[in-house]
Design a protein around this ligand. Structure first.
Ligand SMILES: [Zn+2]
Length: 301
């Protein structure tokens, strides 16, 4: 059910909006501006709040490209008149009302989501910069950012700026299939996980099995995990693969040293990397190579 809602909002609706924009004949510039804003806002919603890794980021790019091309042809044939032109009566009035409602509904959601792109929006600005811990493909952030609309961790004290990271396959999706139970259908499963800093291993917890989605290990939320001391922060890397952890407590590590592999242990919906930083029991923002990653951010390695 959730999948169909995602496909509908991420693919079908934006495609229909672009087609609607393209076939519209604008009688006044205000009509053009309203429909442009309505279409751009809805496409923006699929990128800021939506989950591109579920519906294929490649299709996401095609939709943006189609809209840009359509705008560039329409803008050359704009009418001279600025105001709203409502000539065919109720049909035009219905369009204007529908587009205004879409804008009123979605624009605040997109703007609120965009506020989560900034670390400065938070009270604690002492971010730690880390090295991205994966290096075998194209990774995408599922949850990340500084507000709960784009990062569900945000409401948990220690995980305020936690990130959930998936990997994209050749189709631009995080898994082969809708929500497969086979772990190796998830692009990220089994990828090497490296130390994000020069530091020390503070904790290793292992011995948990990798669960087949949608099974979740609720008794031990982090599953197999490692805590690395980076400067004065503690970095937790969770849901690692069973029997993959190659470091021990009190080991010294250098940036890029292998820690283990990405798995699906603990309380997790599917294979992914969960990573967060904490200082004195409070979550602090993380940047990777000076980038603050948010939902749908891409890291190409
Ligand atoms: Zn998480």
């Amino acid at each position: 059910m959730m999948f169909f809602i995602i496909i509908f909002t991420q693919m079908i609706l934006p495609v229909l909006f672009v087609i609607w924009f393209h076939v519209s004949e604008f009688k006044g510039r205000a009509n053009f501006i309203l429909q442009f804003l309505c279409t751009a806002t809805f496409i923006g919603y699929t990128w800021v709040v939506g989950a591109q890794s579920w519906s294929s980021i490649l299709i996401g790019f095609v939709i943006v490209l189609a809209f840009v091309l359509s705008v560039s042809t329409k803008i050359r044939r704009l009418p001279k008149k600025w105001g709203f032109r409502i000539e065919s009566g109720w049909k035009d009035i219905t369009f204007v009302i529908t587009q205004s409602l879409i804008l009123i509904l979605f624009l605040p959601i997109v703007l609120f989501g965009l506020m989560g792109y900034s670390i400065d929006g938070s009270s604690d600005k002492s971010a730690i910069d880390l090295n991205f811990p994966l290096d075998q493909g194209v990774y995408i952030v599922g949850h990340g950012g500084s507000n709960p609309l784009i990062n569900y961790h945000n409401v948990h004290d220690i995980q305020t700026y936690a990130l959930d990271i998936s990997k994209l396959n050749f189709l631009g999706i995080r898994a082969l299939g809708i929500y497969p139970s086979e772990l190796d259908k998830y692009a990220i499963f089994g990828d090497n996980l490296y130390s994000p800093c020069d530091g020390k291993i503070l904790k290793v917890d292992k011995g948990y099995e990798d669960l087949e989605p949608p099974k979740r290990g609720e008794g031990h939320p982090a599953g197999n995990h490692v805590v690395v001391q980076c400067e004065d922060a503690e970095i937790t890397l969770a849901h690692m693969k069973e029997n993959s952890i190659v470091v021990d407590t009190l080991d010294t590590v250098e940036v890029g040293d292998l820690l283990g592999k990405v798995g699906n242990s603990g309380n997790t919906t599917e294979p992914h990397l969960h990573i967060h930083a904490a200082k004195d029991g409070k979550g602090i923002p993380v940047t990777f190579n000076n980038r603050f990653l948010v939902r749908n951010s891409i890291v190409w390695k």
